[in-house]
Design a protein around this ligand. Structure first.
Ligand code: SF4
Length: 458
């Protein structure tokens, strides 16, 4: 990037401040899930849904990272894990009874996240996996993704644990690294040694796992050089997928982030430059970009039909654009029959609800997509944030609309983005996001968000 381009990116970053825009993990974003569903509606929807993806949440962590945006609790004693696993099985029994009552055909994909699921001992891993497979029929021939998030510490993820996970049928392992820089790690309360992480990746690959790693940009005290160094530390290990997520500093929602000095967070300009530099490095190393933050190697199963398929969901990217998923465990989220449901939001409440033989779901904080939400969800998540182009004719056919009149206001607001060379509006069939526009694409998506627009009018 030359000096003139840099000044232009500074101007764009001030106009389109990425720190002011939601990450769009879902549409609508979770703070707008405020509908009150009923138990009958939930059960009827669950019983009639074709759930193909199961998520299991393991909320315990050895130590808590200050930047973390997940639901987690510090593990004080191993017995806490045994207790939690017992409730997880009871949670499964409650929901599977509803699901199986509707003639469910079984799931194909499974993901274990957290927290730190790899904190489970070998015995605990085997026990909970057996409890799951006794209740569910999974195809373990490797044709479907069974994935697990792993803390990249060889004292936690031992070779024996990796071997067991592989034997249990897990074929994707995802190591959360964030950044290797010592100062940054100290401020966010993590500690990873690049050499040890590379060895872990090598062992996992030898065992036949596809290995994903997560890095983060926008962390406290992080600059372009630090991110570049972390990428260069990880590239020799040749992970199959590298995800580079933006850090969102939101201490109002995640109070622990108050430990992080606010002025150590890079500006939206520096964050944009970091994302751009990461993109250059990874593309030049042979990775293919998927959406905002995923970089895939040449063997990635997702590469097939990348230009036309692919859907962004709360569970990451999926090749199934009608993905229904069911989450088990405290705070796990589910999506089925066009509706988001959230499991109760603390371990204590989770135990109390299950002890009362009740469904551990926050029925009063759900959200059901109406036809307009379905259209906007598809446009935001699949067209803008996955493929960086809006295929207007395809949306018109799928949703029976006239895009010019339906999106009159949005198309008007995109003219400013066109003047800034972030989108190309010249083709009546497509709105295409430019390469620079890709780094501001959440702002482009935001133009189509009816919830924020309505909130700003109130
Ligand atoms: S970032 Fe991961 S390991 Fe750290 S507290 Fe959050 S869930 Fe736990």
């Amino acid at each position: 990037m030359n000096h003139r381009e840099m000044l232009e990116w500074e101007r764009l970053s001030m106009r389109y401040n990425e720190n002011a825009i939601p990450l769009y993990l879902s549409y609508p974003v979770e703070s707008f899930w405020k509908q009150r569903s009923s138990l009958e509606q939930h059960n009827q929807s669950l019983g009639s849904s074709d759930i193909s993806f199961l998520y299991f949440h393991f909320p315990y962590c050895k130590e808590i990272c200050h930047y973390c945006m997940c639901y987690k609790e510090p593990l004080r004693d191993d017995s806490e894990l045994d207790l939690y696993l017992g409730y997880l099985v009871r949670d499964m029994d409650i929901r599977l009874e509803i699901l199986k009552g509707g003639g469910w055909r079984g799931a194909t994909h499974m993901h274990w996240g957290g927290g730190t699921p790899t904190l489970l001992s070998l015995n605990q891993l085997e026990t909970i996996h057996r409890a799951i497979s006794d209740r569910l029929e999974f195809n373990l021939d490797g044709s479907h993704e069974h994935s697990i998030e792993a803390f990249p510490d060889p004292r936690i993820v031992t070779p024996a644990k990796l071997e067991l996970l592989r034997a249990l049928g897990f074929n994707v392992i995802s190591f959360g690294i964030q950044d290797f820089d010592g100062r940054i790690q100290k401020v966010i309360n993590r500690k990873h040694d690049p050499g040890a992480v590379r060895e872990l990746i090598a062992t996992a690959k030898q065992l036949g796992f596809r290995v994903h790693v997560d890095l983060c940009y926008g962390l406290p005290f992080q600059g372009i050089n630090e991110l570049e160094r972390s990428i260069n530390e990880i590239l020799p290990a040749a992970p199959n997928r590298i995800c580079i997520f933006p850090y969102a500093h939101a201490p109002m929602i995640f109070p622990r982030q108050n430990i992080i000095p606010r002025s150590s967070i890079p500006s939206s300009f520096i964050k944009a430059l970091m994302a751009e530099q990461a993109d250059r490095l990874l593309i030049s190393d042979g990775y293919v970009r998927l959406g905002l933050d995923h970089y895939l190697d040449a063997e990635d199963p997702f590469l097939k039909d990348l230009s036309t398929s692919g859907s962004k969901t709360l569970m990451g990217y999926s090749q199934n654009d009608k993905l229904n998923y069911l989450g088990f465990g405290a705070t796990a989220i589910s999506f089925f029959d066009k509706s988001f449901y959230r499991t109760v939001s603390s371990i204590k409440e989770y135990y109390q609800t299950i002890d009362a033989d009740q469904l551990p779901v926050e029925i009063h904080r759900s959200y059901r997509h109406n036809p307009d939400d379905q259209l906007r969800n598809k446009l935001i998540q699949d067209h803008v944030l996955t493929r960086f182009e809006i295929d207007l004719r395809r949306l018109e056919q799928e949703f029976d609309i006239d895009s010019n009149s339906y999106f009159k206001d949005e198309l008007e607001s995109l003219k400013q983005f066109e003047n800034d060379s972030l989108v190309d509006l010249s083709d009546p069939d497509f709105i295409r996001v430019s390469r620079t526009g890709q780094f501001f694409s959440r702002h482009i998506a935001h133009q189509f968000d009816r919830f924020y627009k309505q909130a700003s009018l109130q």
